[in-house]
Ligand binder design. Structure first.
Ligand code: F6P
Length: 324
Protein backbone atom coordinates (compact mmCIF):
# COMPACT_ATOMS: atom_id res chain seq x y z
CA UNK A 1 0.00 0.00 0.00
CA UNK A 2 1.72 3.15 -1.23
CA UNK A 3 0.34 5.55 1.41
CA UNK A 4 0.53 3.26 4.45
CA UNK A 5 2.19 5.19 7.25
CA UNK A 6 0.63 3.88 10.45
CA UNK A 7 -0.64 0.45 11.36
CA UNK A 8 -2.47 -0.56 14.51
CA UNK A 9 -2.62 -3.93 16.24
CA UNK A 10 -5.27 -5.47 18.50
CA UNK A 11 -5.84 -8.80 20.25
CA UNK A 12 -9.42 -10.12 20.44
CA UNK A 13 -11.52 -13.00 21.77
CA UNK A 14 -10.17 -15.40 24.38
CA UNK A 15 -6.53 -14.69 25.19
CA UNK A 16 -4.00 -17.23 23.95
CA UNK A 17 -0.35 -17.75 24.98
CA UNK A 18 1.84 -16.19 22.28
CA UNK A 19 -0.40 -13.19 21.59
CA UNK A 20 2.20 -10.92 23.19
CA UNK A 21 4.97 -12.39 21.06
CA UNK A 22 2.81 -11.67 17.99
CA UNK A 23 2.13 -8.07 19.11
CA UNK A 24 5.87 -7.57 19.59
CA UNK A 25 6.60 -9.01 16.14
CA UNK A 26 4.00 -6.81 14.42
CA UNK A 27 5.18 -3.63 16.16
CA UNK A 28 8.91 -4.22 15.64
CA UNK A 29 8.37 -5.23 11.99
CA UNK A 30 6.26 -2.12 11.37
CA UNK A 31 9.01 0.07 12.82
CA UNK A 32 11.66 -1.77 10.77
CA UNK A 33 9.58 -1.04 7.65
CA UNK A 34 9.58 2.66 8.48
CA UNK A 35 5.95 2.69 9.68
CA UNK A 36 4.44 3.97 12.91
CA UNK A 37 2.72 1.46 15.16
CA UNK A 38 -0.34 1.96 17.34
CA UNK A 39 -1.97 -0.32 19.91
CA UNK A 40 -5.71 -0.75 20.21
CA UNK A 41 -6.51 -1.84 23.75
CA UNK A 42 -9.42 -4.17 24.66
CA UNK A 43 -10.05 -5.40 21.10
CA UNK A 44 -13.01 -4.07 19.08
CA UNK A 45 -14.65 -2.65 22.21
CA UNK A 46 -11.60 -0.48 22.87
CA UNK A 47 -11.48 0.42 19.18
CA UNK A 48 -14.97 1.93 19.13
CA UNK A 49 -14.13 3.86 22.30
CA UNK A 50 -10.94 5.22 20.74
CA UNK A 51 -8.62 3.40 23.15
CA UNK A 52 -5.69 3.74 20.75
CA UNK A 53 -2.12 4.85 21.51
CA UNK A 54 1.23 4.91 19.73
CA UNK A 55 3.81 2.24 20.58
CA UNK A 56 7.58 2.33 20.31
CA UNK A 57 10.03 -0.57 20.17
CA UNK A 58 10.64 -0.44 23.94
CA UNK A 59 6.91 -0.61 24.68
CA UNK A 60 6.88 -4.22 23.48
CA UNK A 61 10.08 -5.21 25.31
CA UNK A 62 9.94 -7.95 27.95
CA UNK A 63 6.62 -9.41 26.74
CA UNK A 64 7.78 -12.23 24.45
CA UNK A 65 7.60 -14.76 27.30
CA UNK A 66 4.39 -13.52 28.92
CA UNK A 67 1.03 -15.30 28.65
CA UNK A 68 -2.23 -13.36 28.27
CA UNK A 69 -2.23 -10.17 26.25
CA UNK A 70 -0.72 -6.85 27.34
CA UNK A 71 -3.17 -5.13 24.98
CA UNK A 72 -6.01 -6.83 26.87
CA UNK A 73 -9.01 -8.31 25.13
CA UNK A 74 -12.81 -8.27 25.26
CA UNK A 75 -15.79 -10.24 24.01
CA UNK A 76 -17.76 -7.67 22.00
CA UNK A 77 -20.64 -9.20 19.97
CA UNK A 78 -21.95 -5.65 19.32
CA UNK A 79 -19.23 -5.33 16.69
CA UNK A 80 -21.54 -7.24 14.30
CA UNK A 81 -23.75 -4.11 14.12
CA UNK A 82 -23.07 -1.82 11.11
CA UNK A 83 -23.24 1.44 13.08
CA UNK A 84 -20.67 0.10 15.59
CA UNK A 85 -18.36 -0.81 12.70
CA UNK A 86 -18.77 2.71 11.28
CA UNK A 87 -17.73 4.15 14.64
CA UNK A 88 -14.64 1.91 14.59
CA UNK A 89 -13.74 3.27 11.16
CA UNK A 90 -14.22 6.82 12.41
CA UNK A 91 -11.90 6.17 15.36
CA UNK A 92 -9.23 4.59 13.17
CA UNK A 93 -9.28 7.59 10.85
CA UNK A 94 -9.33 10.08 13.75
CA UNK A 95 -6.19 8.44 15.17
CA UNK A 96 -4.43 8.46 11.79
CA UNK A 97 -4.40 4.66 11.48
CA UNK A 98 -4.18 3.42 7.87
CA UNK A 99 -4.28 -0.35 8.43
CA UNK A 100 -5.00 -2.90 11.17
CA UNK A 101 -3.55 -6.23 12.25
CA UNK A 102 -6.19 -8.22 14.19
CA UNK A 103 -4.86 -11.09 16.31
CA UNK A 104 -7.42 -13.58 17.62
CA UNK A 105 -9.88 -16.38 16.93
CA UNK A 106 -12.86 -16.79 14.60
CA UNK A 107 -14.86 -13.90 16.16
CA UNK A 108 -11.89 -11.56 15.73
CA UNK A 109 -11.54 -12.66 12.10
CA UNK A 110 -15.25 -11.93 11.51
CA UNK A 111 -14.67 -8.40 12.84
CA UNK A 112 -11.61 -8.05 10.60
CA UNK A 113 -13.61 -9.25 7.57
CA UNK A 114 -16.29 -6.63 8.33
CA UNK A 115 -13.70 -3.82 8.37
CA UNK A 116 -12.22 -5.12 5.13
CA UNK A 117 -15.69 -5.12 3.52
CA UNK A 118 -15.97 -1.46 4.48
CA UNK A 119 -12.75 -0.80 2.57
CA UNK A 120 -10.32 -0.63 5.52
CA UNK A 121 -6.99 -2.46 5.03
CA UNK A 122 -6.71 -5.31 7.51
CA UNK A 123 -4.78 -8.56 7.98
CA UNK A 124 -5.64 -11.23 10.55
CA UNK A 125 -3.36 -13.45 12.63
CA UNK A 126 -4.97 -16.63 14.05
CA UNK A 127 -4.64 -16.98 17.84
CA UNK A 128 -6.96 -19.21 19.86
CA UNK A 129 -6.29 -22.24 22.01
CA UNK A 130 -9.30 -24.00 20.38
CA UNK A 131 -7.61 -24.42 16.95
CA UNK A 132 -10.96 -23.90 15.27
CA UNK A 133 -9.90 -21.03 13.00
CA UNK A 134 -10.46 -22.01 9.36
CA UNK A 135 -7.52 -22.05 6.95
CA UNK A 136 -4.56 -22.60 9.27
CA UNK A 137 -2.99 -25.82 10.52
CA UNK A 138 -2.24 -24.17 13.85
CA UNK A 139 -3.30 -21.00 15.63
CA UNK A 140 -1.09 -19.26 18.18
CA UNK A 141 -1.69 -20.68 21.68
CA UNK A 142 -2.75 -24.22 20.77
CA UNK A 143 0.63 -25.78 21.45
CA UNK A 144 1.02 -24.14 24.87
CA UNK A 145 -2.53 -25.13 25.87
CA UNK A 146 -1.82 -28.73 24.82
CA UNK A 147 1.34 -28.77 26.92
CA UNK A 148 -0.62 -27.44 29.89
CA UNK A 149 -3.27 -30.14 29.47
CA UNK A 150 -0.74 -32.94 29.10
CA UNK A 151 1.15 -31.81 32.19
CA UNK A 152 -2.12 -31.78 34.16
CA UNK A 153 -3.14 -35.23 32.92
CA UNK A 154 0.29 -36.66 33.76
CA UNK A 155 -0.22 -35.46 37.32
CA UNK A 156 -3.74 -36.82 37.46
CA UNK A 157 -2.45 -40.18 36.27
CA UNK A 158 -0.09 -40.33 39.27
CA UNK A 159 -2.94 -40.02 41.72
CA UNK A 160 -5.29 -42.11 39.57
CA UNK A 161 -2.84 -45.03 39.61
CA UNK A 162 -2.25 -44.74 43.33
CA UNK A 163 -5.98 -44.99 44.06
CA UNK A 164 -6.98 -47.15 41.08
CA UNK A 165 -9.39 -44.53 39.80
CA UNK A 166 -10.83 -43.38 36.51
CA UNK A 167 -10.38 -39.66 35.87
CA UNK A 168 -12.72 -37.77 33.59
CA UNK A 169 -10.84 -34.67 32.44
CA UNK A 170 -12.75 -31.85 30.78
CA UNK A 171 -10.81 -29.67 28.33
CA UNK A 172 -11.79 -26.39 26.67
CA UNK A 173 -12.38 -25.92 22.96
CA UNK A 174 -15.95 -24.60 22.79
CA UNK A 175 -17.63 -26.70 20.06
CA UNK A 176 -14.35 -27.94 18.58
CA UNK A 177 -12.74 -31.23 19.65
CA UNK A 178 -9.15 -30.51 18.59
CA UNK A 179 -7.67 -29.84 22.04
CA UNK A 180 -9.40 -32.86 23.58
CA UNK A 181 -8.51 -35.17 20.72
CA UNK A 182 -4.83 -34.24 20.64
CA UNK A 183 -4.65 -34.46 24.44
CA UNK A 184 -6.23 -37.91 24.29
CA UNK A 185 -3.57 -39.13 21.86
CA UNK A 186 -0.57 -37.65 23.65
CA UNK A 187 -1.66 -38.45 27.18
CA UNK A 188 -2.73 -42.03 26.47
CA UNK A 189 -6.42 -41.66 27.34
CA UNK A 190 -8.70 -44.71 27.26
CA UNK A 191 -11.40 -42.67 25.53
CA UNK A 192 -11.83 -39.15 24.17
CA UNK A 193 -15.23 -37.52 23.77
CA UNK A 194 -15.50 -34.73 21.21
CA UNK A 195 -18.42 -32.84 19.66
CA UNK A 196 -17.57 -34.16 16.17
CA UNK A 197 -17.95 -37.84 17.12
CA UNK A 198 -20.85 -39.14 19.15
CA UNK A 199 -20.19 -41.93 21.65
CA UNK A 200 -22.65 -43.40 24.16
CA UNK A 201 -21.93 -43.42 27.89
CA UNK A 202 -22.24 -47.21 27.77
CA UNK A 203 -19.46 -47.41 25.17
CA UNK A 204 -17.20 -45.31 27.41
CA UNK A 205 -18.07 -47.42 30.44
CA UNK A 206 -17.24 -50.58 28.46
CA UNK A 207 -13.81 -49.14 27.48
CA UNK A 208 -13.04 -48.17 31.09
CA UNK A 209 -14.22 -51.54 32.38
CA UNK A 210 -12.11 -53.28 29.73
CA UNK A 211 -9.05 -51.29 30.87
CA UNK A 212 -9.66 -52.55 34.40
CA UNK A 213 -10.02 -56.14 33.22
CA UNK A 214 -6.76 -55.87 31.27
CA UNK A 215 -4.97 -54.96 34.48
CA UNK A 216 -4.61 -51.20 34.05
CA UNK A 217 -4.24 -49.34 37.34
CA UNK A 218 -6.11 -46.26 36.14
CA UNK A 219 -8.20 -44.93 33.28
CA UNK A 220 -8.24 -41.47 31.74
CA UNK A 221 -11.22 -40.20 29.78
CA UNK A 222 -10.81 -36.79 28.10
CA UNK A 223 -14.05 -34.92 27.46
CA UNK A 224 -14.21 -31.80 25.29
CA UNK A 225 -16.39 -29.12 26.85
CA UNK A 226 -18.58 -29.19 23.73
CA UNK A 227 -19.10 -32.98 23.68
CA UNK A 228 -22.74 -34.09 23.81
CA UNK A 229 -22.07 -36.17 26.89
CA UNK A 230 -20.79 -33.92 29.67
CA UNK A 231 -18.23 -34.90 32.31
CA UNK A 232 -20.65 -35.14 35.26
CA UNK A 233 -23.28 -37.07 33.28
CA UNK A 234 -20.55 -39.49 32.28
CA UNK A 235 -19.38 -39.89 35.89
CA UNK A 236 -22.90 -40.91 36.93
CA UNK A 237 -22.99 -43.63 34.27
CA UNK A 238 -19.48 -44.91 35.08
CA UNK A 239 -20.37 -45.14 38.77
CA UNK A 240 -23.69 -46.87 38.03
CA UNK A 241 -22.13 -49.39 35.66
CA UNK A 242 -19.44 -50.42 38.11
CA UNK A 243 -16.37 -50.36 35.86
CA UNK A 244 -14.00 -51.52 38.59
CA UNK A 245 -12.63 -47.99 39.05
CA UNK A 246 -13.96 -45.30 41.34
CA UNK A 247 -14.28 -42.13 39.28
CA UNK A 248 -13.41 -38.46 39.72
CA UNK A 249 -13.97 -35.42 37.51
CA UNK A 250 -11.41 -32.66 36.88
CA UNK A 251 -12.39 -29.59 34.88
CA UNK A 252 -9.21 -27.92 33.68
CA UNK A 253 -10.96 -24.64 32.77
CA UNK A 254 -9.14 -21.37 32.20
CA UNK A 255 -5.80 -22.75 33.42
CA UNK A 256 -5.52 -23.92 29.80
CA UNK A 257 -5.45 -20.33 28.54
CA UNK A 258 -2.61 -19.08 30.71
CA UNK A 259 1.12 -19.57 30.99
CA UNK A 260 4.29 -18.67 29.19
CA UNK A 261 4.08 -19.52 25.46
CA UNK A 262 5.94 -22.60 24.24
CA UNK A 263 8.87 -22.34 21.82
CA UNK A 264 6.52 -23.35 18.97
CA UNK A 265 3.96 -20.65 19.80
CA UNK A 266 6.66 -17.96 20.03
CA UNK A 267 8.03 -19.05 16.67
CA UNK A 268 4.71 -18.98 14.78
CA UNK A 269 3.85 -15.71 16.53
CA UNK A 270 7.11 -14.20 15.21
CA UNK A 271 6.56 -15.57 11.69
CA UNK A 272 2.90 -14.49 11.54
CA UNK A 273 3.70 -11.03 12.96
CA UNK A 274 6.56 -10.25 10.58
CA UNK A 275 4.74 -11.56 7.51
CA UNK A 276 1.46 -9.79 8.37
CA UNK A 277 3.25 -6.42 8.64
CA UNK A 278 5.27 -7.02 5.46
CA UNK A 279 2.23 -8.13 3.45
CA UNK A 280 0.19 -5.11 4.64
CA UNK A 281 3.07 -2.83 3.66
CA UNK A 282 3.11 -4.42 0.19
CA UNK A 283 -0.59 -3.67 -0.22
CA UNK A 284 -2.10 -7.04 0.64
CA UNK A 285 -5.29 -6.88 2.72
CA UNK A 286 -8.49 -8.78 3.50
CA UNK A 287 -6.55 -11.92 4.37
CA UNK A 288 -5.43 -13.91 7.39
CA UNK A 289 -1.87 -15.22 7.51
CA UNK A 290 -1.97 -18.97 8.06
CA UNK A 291 0.30 -21.96 8.50
CA UNK A 292 0.00 -24.61 5.78
CA UNK A 293 2.52 -27.42 6.31
CA UNK A 294 5.73 -25.35 6.74
CA UNK A 295 4.66 -22.31 4.73
CA UNK A 296 2.94 -19.10 5.76
CA UNK A 297 0.12 -18.52 3.27
CA UNK A 298 -2.68 -15.94 3.00
CA UNK A 299 -6.32 -17.06 3.28
CA UNK A 300 -9.20 -14.72 2.36
CA UNK A 301 -10.88 -13.30 5.50
CA UNK A 302 -14.29 -13.86 3.92
CA UNK A 303 -13.64 -17.63 3.84
CA UNK A 304 -12.19 -17.61 7.35
CA UNK A 305 -15.21 -15.69 8.64
CA UNK A 306 -17.77 -18.10 7.21
CA UNK A 307 -16.16 -21.49 7.80
CA UNK A 308 -14.87 -23.57 10.65
CA UNK A 309 -11.70 -25.64 10.71
CA UNK A 310 -12.45 -29.36 10.59
CA UNK A 311 -11.03 -31.65 13.25
CA UNK A 312 -8.95 -34.45 11.76
CA UNK A 313 -10.76 -37.60 12.87
CA UNK A 314 -7.84 -39.79 11.85
CA UNK A 315 -6.49 -38.92 15.30
CA UNK A 316 -9.64 -40.39 16.83
CA UNK A 317 -8.93 -43.75 15.23
CA UNK A 318 -5.30 -43.51 16.30
CA UNK A 319 -6.23 -42.72 19.92
CA UNK A 320 -8.55 -45.73 20.12
CA UNK A 321 -5.89 -48.04 18.68
CA UNK A 322 -3.23 -46.85 21.10
CA UNK A 323 -5.47 -47.15 24.16
CA UNK A 324 -5.38 -50.96 24.09
O1 F6P B 1 -12.12 -19.65 22.67
C1 F6P B 1 -11.31 -19.91 23.76
C2 F6P B 1 -12.14 -20.39 24.92
O2 F6P B 1 -11.25 -20.62 26.01
C3 F6P B 1 -12.99 -21.62 24.67
O3 F6P B 1 -12.26 -22.82 24.70
C4 F6P B 1 -14.02 -21.50 25.76
O4 F6P B 1 -15.22 -22.16 25.41
C5 F6P B 1 -14.23 -20.03 25.85
O5 F6P B 1 -13.06 -19.41 25.32
C6 F6P B 1 -14.46 -19.51 27.24
O6 F6P B 1 -14.71 -18.15 27.13
P1 F6P B 1 -14.73 -17.14 28.36
O7 F6P B 1 -13.33 -17.01 28.86
O8 F6P B 1 -15.25 -15.88 27.77
O9 F6P B 1 -15.61 -17.75 29.40
Amino acid sequence: MADLKTLAVLTGGGDAPGMNAAVRAVVRSALALGLRAHAVRRAYEGLVHGDIAELGARDVGGIIQRGGTVLQTARFPEFAEPEVQQEALRQLKAHGVDALVAIGGDGTMRGAAALHRLGFPVIGIPASIDNDVFGTDMAIGVDTALNTIVEAIDKLRDTASSHQRAFIVETMGRDCGHLALMSGVISGAEMTLIPERDVSAEEVAAAVSDAHTRGKTHAIVVVAEGARLGASALKEVLDRMNTGFESRVTILGHVQRGGSPSAWDRLIAARFGVIAAERLAKGESGVMVALKAREIVSVGLERVATRKRETDLEFYRMARMLAK
